[in-house]
Design a protein around this ligand. Structure first.
Ligand SMILES: [Zn+2]
Length: 232
């Protein structure tokens, strides 16, 4: 299993391929700007390195990014032409899990129950969730199973695989790397909390990232797709 940050890493993969058209900084047939679709300058250094992905964009996009950056109003990577127009190959389902900033499984949060002795409602499809904190040296994780039911072995295997792969990402090396990574996550009303979403074959996954030191920093919630569909 591979986990990639969508669409940033997809754009970077595309650029690594496009870059091969440049030989000693010059291209006979330059590729298209992934941000706006215009043809890039034939001489590589005339283009600009994006501030948001390791990708060269055209000169005017470089200028536009700088202006928007100063105004703190960047164009989200999802709005780049290459993504909007669907030029890039879709990541292979099953093998590559995408971390995205938009939730495609809102229905999970519509079917809830209240566990005994608790006030907070939880989705009926929640299998387990993990809670992790970074103490300055390492991550500490505890697992929570509010339903008290033993998850099916195939779910356990998927959860283990996803969780291990996630925490091996460079983004989770320390709390500082996670903080930087959060500029690619979905912001919330709180300035220190962010969301990311993903899915595997049998599970929807919601990740809450909290950048406050000495607090819980990562919650990963796993929802059984079958249980979601079963409630409709
Ligand atoms: Zn451009």
């Amino acid at each position: 299993m591979k986990i990639i940050l969508y669409p940033k890493e997809l754009l970077e993969m595309a650029w690594r391929k496009d870059k091969k058209l440049y030989v000693d900084d010059d291209a006979a047939e330059p590729p298209k700007c992934l941000r706006c679709g215009a043809v890039l300058a034939a001489h590589l250094p005339i283009n600009a390195l994006s501030r948001y992905a390791n990708v060269y964009i055209c000169e005017s996009c470089g200028m536009d990014e700088a202006l928007r950056d100063a105004a703190r109003k960047p164009i989200p990577l999802e709005e780049w032409e290459a993504i909007k127009q669907g030029w890039l190959p879709k990541p292979e389902k099953g093998r590559i899990c995408c971390l995205t900033t938009n939730c495609t499984f809102e229905e999970v949060f519509q079917h809830t129950y209240t566990p005994p002795m608790q006030i907070i409602k939880r989705p009926v499809s929640e299998v387990v969730y993990s809670r992790s904190d970074y103490d300055g040296y390492k991550w500490w994780t505890t697992w929570h199973n509010e339903r008290g039911q033993k998850p099916a072995p195939e779910l356990v295997a998927e959860i283990d695989k996803f969780q291990n792969t996630l925490f091996k990402l460079p983004a989770f090396r320390t709390l500082d790397t996670m903080k930087r990574f959060c500029r690619y996550a979905q912001p919330t009303n709180g300035t220190t909390e962010f969301n990311l979403y993903s899915e595997t074959e049998h599970l929807y996954i919601w990740i809450r990232l909290i950048t406050r030191f000495r607090d819980y920093n990562v919650y990963v919630h796993y929802y059984d797709k079958n249980a979601v569909e079963g409630t409709q």
